[in-house]
Design a protein around this ligand. Structure first.
Ligand code: GLN
Length: 265
């Protein structure tokens, strides 16, 4: 079976088969679809691709869960069904956080609901002198995050904690989060089917969790500290209306409102 047939087979379950083959090639062979199209694939590579594509088509599971790996910020992270699969939009959240952390010379940053640890670990890799803390309420997710920190040799302090309940006042320069923000009546998306409900759904409207997070962050932040969070482009206007704080919103590469920055005045 050649590349063309594999793409065809994959299109039975995938809205973007080319992107998925590209992801598999990157994760398994440090290659890419462009490279495969130019130089072709070895028999070994085709054999392995076939196996993965068959499993993807028959089970419906995303390729990242099948392979136990995903890419974020050009690094490979371990993932399983206890954590969300990293989204490329979330790189904007990490980028904005890095920018602000450098600008204010942040000393202590907290990542709330770290999941696989991608944000906390990326921040630690890019800002080795900053103390990075990360929480999650899920023990299973924290196991994944620990494993990633070990794999990438990143000194992040992980704490099992419900939101910010385990921290005292004036503790952080920045609180960053990609919280669950999907609402109960948001359109159903097939790609979320295999992911943990707790990591996706933020309440009936979707922003209830985020609202609670912003409230809890106020006194845990140092003066002039920042909350930086990923938001749902389809409910962010209602969310910011209900927090009534000075803020900025940044868009992703699809022009969708994606990152909210609040300065603690
Ligand atoms: N952006 C993700 C999605 O649309 C949701 C991630 C989240 O809830 N934080 O599926």
């Amino acid at each position: 079976m050649g590349l063309k047939n594999l793409l065809e087979e994959l299109s039975r379950v995938s809205p973007n088969p080319e992107a998925e083959i590209d992801t598999i090639l990157k994760l398994e062979f440090s290659s890419s679809l462009v490279q495969a199209k130019v130089s072709g694939l070895s028999e070994h590579e085709i054999g392995k691709l076939e196996k993965i594509v068959h499993e993807r088509v028959s089970s419906g599971r995303p390729v990242q869960y099948i392979l136990g790996k995903a890419i974020f910020w050009e690094r490979i992270f371990y993932v399983n069904e206890s954590v969300l699969i990293p989204r490329v939009e979330t790189e904007i959240l990490a980028e904005k956080t890095l920018e602000i952390a450098k600008e204010i010379r942040a000393r202590r940053i907290l990542d709330v609901g770290t999941g696989s640890g991608i944000i906390a670990i990326t921040l630690k890799e890019e800002l080795p002198d900053v103390k990075i803390f990360a929480t999650d309420v899920s023990e299973k997710a924290l196991r994944v995050a620990h494993r990633n920190a070990q794999l990438l040799n990143a000194g992040v302090t992980f704490i099992q904690c419900d939101m910010l309940s385990c921290f005292g006042e004036n503790t952080f320069d920045i609180i960053v989060s990609n919280p669950p923000y999907v609402g109960e009546s948001d359109p159903f998306e097939e790609y979320r089917k295999f992911e943990p409900h707790i990591a996706l759904y933020g309440g009936e409207k979707g922003y209830e969790f985020s609202l609670k997070l912003v409230r809890q962050a106020q006194n845990r932040l140092k003066k002039r500290g920042y909350v930086i969070m990923e938001v749902n482009p389809f409910n962010v206007e209602y969310f910011v209306e209900s927090i009534n704080l000075k803020h900025k919103i940044y868009k992703d590469f699809n022009g969708l409102k994606r990152v909210l920055v609040i300065e603690n005045g």
